[in-house]
Design a protein around this ligand. Structure first.
Ligand SMILES: Nc1nc2c(ncn2[C@@H]2O[C@H](COP(=O)(O)OP(=O)(O)OP(=O)(O)O)[C@@H](O)[C@H]2O)c(=O)[nH]1
Ligand SMILES: [Mg+2]
Length: 685
């Protein structure tokens, strides 16, 4: 194994709108670098990155993949990420452990919603980046239009460092604006600059040189003095400009035709920063501090991905920031406060695992079968425990109920779910006591569908995913009195229990109560617990639609007994009977959960969001515009937003996000209540 020093590593995340060609481009880079011998295809399920059966089936990336790509003595740990917004957790994790990003843009579709999103993540994280305009061979591919879009959305710092030779069917290669050399075909043969491109090359080169000169006082002086800048000066200035985010150079090519990648790999090596140049934030008390990654000093590594395999067990991926981690050693998990035994370390490339004796600062690797460690934890040395700032994952807001298909599936459900939740930090599992359902929460429907399929494929658990039930409740609106006499005269011993209850509505959120106010021994004391039991059992199923009853006080105030025929069971029956009777007299109604919802959307969508909320019986409470976004706060019945993740996505093309929390219960409007009651009746039948 070759050990790479900090300067000779580049950790680079590939980001884009879904389908712009990250996976294909990473495959082309691996192939170009000679790390693989066959250029795989997404359409054939043969890429190094998308090896998972779920990815092959859908032809999209679902998991981040680590793809080390050694090129001219430098190892780029490329991290391919999914573009589909449901899998944002993977993007967040990958972005945390890199020093640079490659934003892939499709030459035909141009800047898309996902492009804007990943751009803003990079801005937030202050991540230096390169842009790769891909699919130049495609129908409708237009380099110049795409560059204009990039500049108008993200600023004039987005500057071509290359121009394409030809386009669509006739796309052949690229011109490097720094060296003024032209290269053609997948072999990247040097060629004459086509004369038709000459004027454009000159004009784009001029813009580039001017922008580079501006980042350095010496360069600008020379430039303004009319002196030409040398290649070294230009590339040195460009490196600085990229690191500071002032220039985002644009490259061009075709992943499936394998055109443009040697130059692009040169650019990753040359312009993106090495691990040495990006500090890591150590969580400290009272204040956090930034430290420089270095090979020396004690170990500090951040776990950014955990995958679950029912056979191999857990695979933990980590990034080393300082020190060295060795195979067959012991480390300290500072986040959990416990030791972990490290077995054989690996370097991953897609699904391939190459054993290594150790991994130094700056590098990325994996280890199997850790016991307590999970995503976000820091591994370090016990003498010098440190915690690296954990990764922030978005909170899941979309819920589905998981129903096991058989009894065997039910038995295996819990283990499978907890393993899958360990794999995906944007997944939560909980039991809803009111509806008796297991609820899976995630970012979106596709993500949860994949989880459902993984349950079957990886853990052999058959499940059905359904929209969760709404935990409706029942209550009464007016106070009432109810009497119930349970009396049976059979052959021998008779049955007798007689109960009078007073029912009274309570404020929302009070639950139900039983109060004993019997005086003068109308019911002997020893029967009171039986009455209470009967009443409480009857509270569990209301009379409208068998939903639990809440916010009602039942006061037992009178009754009668029979010295021989009365028993506990008779009083229990009488208690339950009196309660049901009382409920039916007290103007029973259905209650539904009302949620607080906070929706964040670009300002332009405010009208559409409010319009949609109005069809959902929502009450809008406030709007807070900030930075081109609007945060809309409202209250809305849970029943109306069970699939809100999907609605919001279609209204905003994926530009919105939302959070909900339970607020309170409210009466269901009667026309809706009638429908719910009718549905429950057919359900029962
Ligand atoms: N014509 C053409 N097609 C391409 C090129 N690059 C990728 N494609 C096709 O575009 C589709 C999407 O490519 P992927 O590489 O999977 O894109 P991605 O960005 O990884 O997609 P997600 O992982 O879903 O975000 C596939 O069908 C590819 O074959 C290209 O340069 N030219
Ligand atoms: Mg992909």
């Amino acid at each position: 194994m070759q050990q790479y020093g900090l300067e000779n590593i580049r950790n680079v995340v590939l980001l884009s709108h879904s389908g712009a060609g990250k996976t294909s481009a990473s495959e082309a880079m691996l192939f170009t670098a000679g790390a693989i011998t066959r250029l795989g295809k997404v359409t054939e399920g043969t890429t190094t990155s998308d090896y998972d059966p779920d990815e092959i089936k859908r032809q999209i990336s679902i998991n981040l993949s680590i793809l080390p790509c050694p090129w001219k003595g430098v190892k780029a740990n490329l991290i391919d990420t999914p573009g589909y917004s449901d899998f944002i957790g993977e993007v967040r994790a990958a972005m945390r452990v890199v020093e640079g990003a490659v934003i892939v843009v499709c030459a035909a579709s141009g800047v898309e919603v996902g492009t804007e999103q990943v751009w803003s993540y990079c801005q937030e994280a202050e991540l230096p980046r390169l842009i790769f305009i891909n699919k130049m061979d495609r129908e409708n591919a237009d380099f110049y239009r795409t560059v204009e879009q990039l500049q108008s959305k993200f600023g004039s710092g987005c500057l071509p460092l290359q121009l394409p030779i030809g386009a669509q069917d006739s796309f052949q290669g690229v011109v490097d604006l720094l060296t003024m050399k032209s290269y053609i075909g997948s072999e990247t043969k040097e060629a004459e600059l086509p004369s038709s491109l000459k004027a454009q090359v000159d004009s784009f080169r001029e813009k580039l040189v001017e922008a580079v000169a501006e980042v350095d006082d010496k360069l600008i002086e020379k430039y303004l003095g009319g002196e030409p800048l040398s290649l070294e000066e230009l590339s040195g200035g460009l490196q600085k400009a990229v690191a500071g985010g002032r220039i985002v150079p644009i490259f061009v090519g075709s992943a499936t035709k394998n055109i443009g990648f040697p130059l692009f790999l040169d650019a990753i090596n040359g312009y993106l920063p090495s691990p040495k140049e990006r500090d890591v934030v150590i969580v400290g008390v009272p204040a956090s501090e930034r430290i420089k990654p270095s090979q020396d000093g004690p170990l500090a590594a951040l776990v950014f991905k955990t995958s679950a395999d029912p056979y191999v067990g857990k695979l933990t991926c980590f990034r080393v920031y300082t020190g060295v981690i060795n195979s067959n050693s012991q480390v300290w998990n500072a986040s959990r406060g416990g030791a972990e035994r490290i077995g054989q370390l690996f370097v991953l490339r897609g699904k391939n695992q190459e054993p290594v004796p150790g991994l130094g600062a700056g590098d990325i690797g994996a280890v199997a079968k850790l016991t307590t460690t999970s995503t976000g934890d820091t591994l370090c040395s016990q003498d010098k425990p440190v915690k690296i700032a954990p990764i922030e994952f978005p909170e899941p807001a979309f819920n589905l109920a998981v129903h096991p298909l058989t009894k065997t599936d039910l038995d295996k459900l819990g283990t499978a779910l907890s393993r899958l939740a360990e794999e995906d930090p944007t997944l939560r599992v909980r039991r809803d006591a009111d509806t008796n359902e297991t609820i899976l929460s995630g970012i979106g429907e596709s993500q949860l569908e994949v989880v459902g399929e993984k349950m079957t494929r990886k853990f052999g658990v058959g499940v059905k995913l359904e929209t969760p039930k709404v935990p409706y409740k029942e209550t009464i609106l007016v106070a009432t009195k109810a009497e119930y006499k349970h009396r049976k005269q059979t052959g021998g011993h008779g049955q007798y229990g007689h109960v009078l209850l007073e029912l009274e509505p309570l404020p929302r959120g009070s639950g139900h109560e039983f109060v004993d106010k019997v005086v003068g021994g109308a019911i002997p004391r020893n029967y009171i617990p039986a009455v209470e039991k009967g009443v409480n059992e009857a509270f569990r199923e209301g009379i409208l639609a068998r939903y639990p009853v809440t916010d009602v006080r039942a006061r037992l105030y009178d009754g009668s007994f029979h010295p021989v025929d009365s028993s506990d069971i008779c009083f229990k029956i009488a208690g339950a009977g009196a309660l049901k009777k009382g409920l039916s007299q007290g103007q029973p109604v259905l209650l539904e959960p009302i949620m607080n919802i906070k929706i964040t959307v670009p300002e332009d969508f405010t009208g559409d969001i409010i319009g949609d909320l109005n069809t959902k019986r929502a009450r809008v409470h406030g709007m807070n515009p900030a930075d081109g976004f609007n945060v809309i706060e409202a209250q809305v019945p849970l029943a109306e937003i069970l699939r809100y993740a999907i609605d919001l996505k279609s209204i905003t093309q994926g530009r919105g996000s939302y959070k909900t929390e339970f607020s309170h219960y409210e009466e269901v409007p009667s026309h809706i209540a009638q429908k719910i009651i009718a549905e429950r009746q057919t359900e029962k039948a």
